[in-house]
Design a protein around this ligand. Structure first.
Ligand SMILES: Nc1ncnc2c1ncn2[C@@H]1O[C@H](COP(=O)(O)OP(=O)(O)OP(=O)(O)O)[C@@H](O)[C@H]1O
Length: 260
């Protein structure tokens, strides 16, 4: 059986008295496209931040390629790169697109600036935005900003293959986009996967049904601090799991409590 690339074992996380994750076990396998779905506030982004190493759990362990992760946040020393595409694109407004996409290489590599600019151009081309390196984030639409954020997430240092992201984490990459712009982003996510020989691994958090359908090989449903259900897109359409049915139908009545 294939070894998981990333494994969460008994992960718990509370904010104050609010227990968000309650002994969650989750395996992410090489080459898979995994989506984490569930109602708002259920801890999906919290799981992503823990996988990325940006947040330490209160309990439990994370294994990367079978080895237990030791450091967190500033001490992180994972054997593989894990890139995150944030919901709000998280670009630096005072830097150009080129400086944003090449940020880590400009700051931390010894590559000549000319070489970094060339790598940035290649990535911008991959996300369908050639020639915009001199623009500032404020000059871009929301969809363009998300694509620039992708370009930054997939940026690799050719001199340090370990720094290349082997796993991408997408936090609501299509939130707030119109259906056509969402399709462009969903295609891009699958195209990027195919560009790496069809074998790149990503974890997606999304509420958009089209994004769930079009970008997931496997779905897990998180609610009440636990993984309550998992299956394929086809399984999600035929399941008799009441909370999953309610989630997809948007029905107010059911086991999931509606807020607001
Ligand atoms: N740094 C923090 N401090 C305090 N509470 C937090 C913090 N981060 C998250 N939370 C709380 O943890 C809960 C889970 O948040 P999280 O963002 O993981 O949910 P989510 O499932 O991604 O939600 P959504 O679908 O609305 O984006 C929420 O109640 C949130 O308010």
């Amino acid at each position: 059986m294939t070894e998981p690339l990333i494994q969460l074992k008994g992960i718990s996380k509370a904010f104050g008295n609010n227990v968000i994750l309650d002994r969650v076990d989750l395996s992410i396998y090489p080459c898979e496209a995994l989506s984490i779905i569930g109602p708002s506030g259920t801890g999906k982004s919290t799981i992503l931040r823990i996988i990325a190493g940006l947040l330490a759990p209160d309990e439990g362990e994370v294994y990367i390629q079978g080895e237990r992760r030791k450091g967190w946040v500033d001490d992180l020393a994972d054997p593989i790169g894990i890139g995150m595409v944030f919901q709000n694109a998280a670009l630096f407004d005072s830097l150009t697109v080129d400086e944003n996409v090449g940020f880590l290489l400009y700051q931390h590599s010894k590559l000549p600036r000319r070489r970094i600019r060339q790598l940035v151009s290649e990535k911008l081309e991959m996300v369908g935005l050639p020639g915009i390196g001199n623009l500032y984030p404020a000059e871009l639409s929301g969809g363009m900003r998300k694509r620039v954020s992708f370009a930054r997430a997939i940026m690799a240092n050719p001199e340090d293959p370990k720094a290349s992201p082997e796993v991408l984490l997408y936090d609501e990459p299509t939130a707030g986009l119109d259906p056509i712009a969402s399709t462009v982003i969903e295609d891009l996510i699958r195209d990027l996967q195919a560009a790496q020989g069809g074998c790149s691994t990503y974890v997606m958090v999304t509420h958009q049904q089209s994004t769930i359908r079009r970008t997931s090989d496997r779905i897990i449903f998180l609610y009440g601090g636990k993984i309550q259900w998992e299956g394929s897109v086809a399984d999600s359409e035929s399941t008799d799991h009441q909370a999953v049915q309610q989630f997809f139908s948007g029905n107010i009545d059911g086991p999931i409590q509606a807020f607001g």
